[in-house]
Design a protein around this ligand. Structure first.
Ligand SMILES: Cc1cc2nc3c(=O)[nH]c(=O)nc-3n(C[C@H](O)[C@H](O)[C@H](O)COP(=O)(O)OP(=O)(O)OC[C@H]3O[C@@H](n4cnc5c(N)ncnc54)[C@H](O)[C@@H]3O)c2cc1C
Length: 618
C-alpha cells in the first residue's frame, strides 16, 4: 500500500497472557489451532494432515526430504521464541526491535510483514520450511506435500495483508534465497516467434528494491513494481499489482512476459503467451498461491522518463463547511489537472479537516510540476481565514534514475529513507521512512473500493465530495490512491491490463479508495505487546461505516485483491469480476485437487477456512 499510509491507534493492550497464539504458535499449538479455526466441519471429505495426526510424516521421511533439497529443510522457529520466558530479557527486547526492520522480517521463515488482523488471522510459523535455492527444491517440496497430504504454504516477500503466506501446521516453500536478477536486451518468450524486447528475469524470492537497483539505478530503465521496497515480486505480480507510476505504465502483471512454475503435479512448466497461455493469464492478477509455485518471472522493462517527482502539502480547514469545500475544490482540480498519466500515489482526507497530499509525478521537471499546482495554490491562498498550509508545500523532481538510488537518497534526502541497520546488510537495503509504521502492524480493518472515473464528471463531483466528506465523519481518514486505477491511463496500458485476470473495473476507475486502521505490532503471549482486541473491533466497525458512505456512490465497484477486506463477502466478483469463471477453469486444469489453498483465493470456496478440509460435495 506504500508509501506512507499509517495510523497507529497506539493503545496498549490489557489482554491477559492466556491468549498465547500467533507468532508463539510453535509454543502453544492447542491455542493456535483454536485461533486458526481448526475445528472440522461435519461434512468433511478430505482432510490434510497435522503434526498431531498419526499420518504426519515420520522423522525418516523428513530426513529424505531434507536430502532431496540439499539440506535446506529447516524446522521453523518463531522469531519470538526468545520471549517465551518473559518480555524483559535482552534477547526478547532484541527480537522485538528486529521485528521493526522489514529486511529482518523477510529473512525469517517464521515471520510476516503484518503481524495479524483482528478476528482474521495471526502470524503463525509453519512446522517445516524448504528454504528453496533451486526449482528442483520446489519440485521436491510440492511432491512431498501432495504425497503426504500436507497443508502447503508459499512465501516470498511475506507482505500479504490477508495472511496468505503463513499457516500453522504447514510445510512452507520459502523462496527468499531464489533472488537472481538478470537483464535482457532482447528477450523472446520460449516457443514464441516474436521480436525480442528489453526485459528482466528475477527469481521468485526477489524484492522490488533489488529489482529497481538492477533495472533503474544500474540499468537506466523502468519496470512496473511496488511502491514499498520490500514487497516481493512474485506476490505483487500475481496480485495484479501497482507501482507509483502505474497511471502511465499500467499494472505490473500486464508486463509479465514469462514465468517458470511448478504446478501441483510437480511438473515444471513455462507459462507465456504461447505456452500454457491460460496458466500465464491466470498468474497475471489471479492472486498469489493458488495456481502453483512460481520459481522465475520475466518482466518487460520500459524506457525511463527523464524525471520522477513528488508533491507534498498539508492543508487544514477551519470548519467542517470549509473542509467540504476544500474536498470539492481538490476534486475539481484533480479532474482538470491531475487526471492524466503524469500523476500517481495518494491524498488522505482526514476527520480533523486536514487534506494531506502525497503525490508523485513522472515526466515533469520541477517547474512543470509547480505550474500545474498554481491554480490550486491560488484558490487556497484566496481564503487565509479558512485554509492554512501546515507546512510549505514541497514540489520537486529528480532525475528518474536516482529514484531508488540508495546512495543518492541517503546523501540528498536522508530523512526519506531508513537503512537496514544490521551488520553486513547490503548498502542499498532501505525502506521509505513513511512506510515504517506498516512494519509489523496489526490490522483492525482494511477496506478498499475502486471509484469509477464517471464520478469525476462535472455533474457527479458533488456526490463524490459528499461521500468523501461523510466517510471521514465515520473514521479518521480516507485515502485515494490514484495510481491503483487505470482511468486516465494511456490506451496501451489499459489494453495490456485488460488481458489480465484483474477485475476489469480497474480499467475505468480513477482511484482505489482505502479505509484502514491499525495498531502497533501485536504478539499474543508477549505481555505488553498483545493486541487490543476491543479497540480493534470498535475501529473495524467504524471503518465499515466509512466504507458504506463510499459505496453510496460506488455500489458495485470491485476491489484490489491484495489490499482489501479479509471479510469481503462477494470476493470472487470483487477481485476478478467477470474473469472468475475463467480463473476457475485454470485452477481445475492445473490444480484439480486443490493442493494450493489461500484465503479467498481461486477455488478456496471448496475448503474449510483454514484450508485443511475439503468440503463435502466439492
Ligand atoms: C507494506 C506493504 C506495502 C505494499 N505496497 C504495495 C504497492 O505499492 N503496490 C501493490 O500493488 N501492492 C502493494 N502491497 C500488496 C502486495 O503487493 C501484496 O500483498 C503481494 O502479494 C505481496 O507479495 P509478497 O511476495 O511480498 O508477499 P507473500 O506474503 O510472500 O505472498 C503473497 C501471496 O503470494 C503467494 N506467493 C508468494 N510467492 C509466490 C510464488 N513464488 N509462487 C506462488 N505464489 C506465491 C503467497 O502464497 C501469498 O498468497 C503492499 C503490501 C504491504 C504489506
Amino acid at each position: 500500500m506504500c508509501p506512507g499510509y499509517t495510523r497507529h491507534i497506539g493503545r496498549r493492550s490489557l489482554l491477559a497472557r492466556t491468549a498465547a497464539i500467533g507468532l508463539l504458535a510453535g509454543l502453544s499449538p492447542v491455542l493456535a489451532a483454536v485461533v486458526h479455526g481448526a475445528s472440522e466441519p461435519k461434512n468433511a471429505v478430505f482432510r490434510r494432515v497435522r503434526p498431531t495426526d498419526p499420518q504426519w510424516p515420520d522423522e525418516a521421511s523428513w530426513d529424505r526430504l531434507n536430502r532431496d533439497v540439499g539440506g535446506h529443510l529447516t524446522k521453523v522457529r518463531s522469531p519470538l521464541a526468545a520471549c517465551a520466558d518473559g518480555p524483559d530479557s535482552a534477547s526478547c527486547r532484541d527480537a522485538l526491535k528486529d521485528l521493526r526492520n522489514p529486511y529482518f522480517i523477510g529473512d525469517q521463515a517464521g515471520a510476516t510483514q503484518t503481524s495479524g488482523w483482528v478476528d482474521a488471522w495471526m502470524s503463525a510459523p509453519s512446522v517445516y520450511a524448504v528454504a528453496a535455492r533451486t526449482t528442483a527444491d520446489v519440485v521436491a517440496a510440492v511432491n512431498f506435500a501432495r504425497e503426504n497430504r500436507l497443508r502447503l504454504v508459499v512465501k516470498g516477500g511475506g507482505h500479504s495483508y490477508q495472511g496468505t503466506s503463513n499457516a500453522a501446521d504447514s510445510l512452507l516453500v520459502w523462496t527468499r534465497a531464489m533472488n537472481d536478477i538478470v537483464l535482457h536486451d532482447a528477450f523472446v518468450p520460449q516457443g514464441c516467434a516474436v521480436p525480442g524486447e528489453p526485459a528482466v528475469s528475477v527469481g521468485a524470492g526477489a524484492i522490488w528494491m533489488h529489482v529497481y537497483d538492477a533495472v533503474t539505478t544500474k540499468g537506466g530503465r523502468y519496470v512496473v513494481g511496488g511502491g514499498c521496497t520490500t514487497v516481493g515480486v512474485a506476490g505483487l505480480i500475481q496480485s495484479g499489482g501497482f507501482g507509483s507510476f502505474s497511471k502511465q505504465y499500467g499494472t505490473a502483471a500486464s508486463w509479465l512476459l514469462e514465468a517458470e512454475v511448478v504446478t501441483a503435479d510437480g511438473t515444471v512448466r513455462i507459462a507465456n503467451a504461447c505456452t500454457n497461455p491460460e496458466l500465464f493469464w491466470g498468474l497475471k492478477g489471479g492472486g498469489g498461491g493458488s495456481l502453483g509455485v512460481i520459481t522465475r518471472l520475466t518482466l518487460k522493462t520500459h524506457a525511463l522518463p527523464e524525471w520522477f517527482g513528488s508533491t507534498y502539502a498539508t492543508i487544514e480547514a477551519a470548519s467542517d463547511d470549509a473542509f467540504r469545500r476544500l474536498i470539492g475544490a481538490f476534486v475539481d482540480f484533480y479532474a482538470e489537472h491531475l487526471f492524466n498519466p503524469h500523476w500517481g500515489e495518494s491524498i488522505t482526507i482526514h476527520r480533523n479537516n486536514v487534506l494531506a497530499i502525497t503525490l508523485v509525478s513522472q515526466g515533469l521537471d520541477q517547474q512543470q510540476s509547480a505550474s500545474v499546482w498554481q491554480s490550486f495554490r491560488a484558490w487556497i491562498a484566496a481564503s487565509p481565514l479558512e485554509y492554512r498550509l501546515t507546512a510549505a508545500p514541497l514540489i520537486g523532481s529528480i532525475p528518474a534514475r536516482h529514484w531508488w538510488d540508495a546512495e543518492f537518497l541517503k546523501r540528498y534526502v536522508p530523512r526519506s529513507v531508513v537503512s537496514d541497520p544490521r551488520p553486513g546488510a547490503l548498502p542499498g537495503d532501505m525502506w521509505w521512512s513513511g512506510d515504517a509504521g506498516q512494519v509489523g502492524w496489526f490490522l483492525h480493518g482494511f477496506e478498499s473500493t475502486w471509484l469509477p472515473a464517471s464520478l469525476l464528471e462535472k455533474d457527479q463531483r458533488g456526490r463524490l465530495t459528499d461521500a468523501l466528506f461523510s466517510a471521514t465523519r465515520q473514521w479518521w481518514g480516507v485515502q485515494l490512491q490514484f495510481n491503483k486505477a487505470l482511468g486516465g491511463a494511456p490506451d496501451a496500458a489499459v489494453a495490456a491490463a485488460r488481458d489480465t485476470a484483474t477485475n476489469p473495473a480497474v480499467l475505468t476507475a480513477f482511484a482505489l479508495a482505502l479505509v484502514v486502521g491499525d495498531g502497533p505490532p501485536a504478539y499474543p503471549g508477549v505481555p505488553g505487546h498483545e493486541p487490543d482486541l476491543d479497540a480493534a473491533r470498535l475501529n473495524a466497525r467504524a471503518i465499515a461505516r466509512a466504507m458504506q458512505e463510499l459505496r453510496k456512490v460506488a455500489p458495485d465497484p470491485g476491489s484490489y485483491v491484495s489490499e482489501s477486506n479479509y471479510f469481503e463477502t462477494d470476493w470472487q466478483r470483487s477481485y476478478w469480476g467477470t474473469n472468475y469463471p475463467r480463473l476457475q477453469a485454470v485452477k481445475a486444469k492445473y490444480d484439480p485437487d486443490g493442493l494450493f489453498f489461500v484465503h479467498h483465493g481461486v477455488g478456496s470456496e471448496d475448503w474449510s477456512t483454514d484450508g485443511f478440509t475439503r468440503l463435502a460435495g466439492r
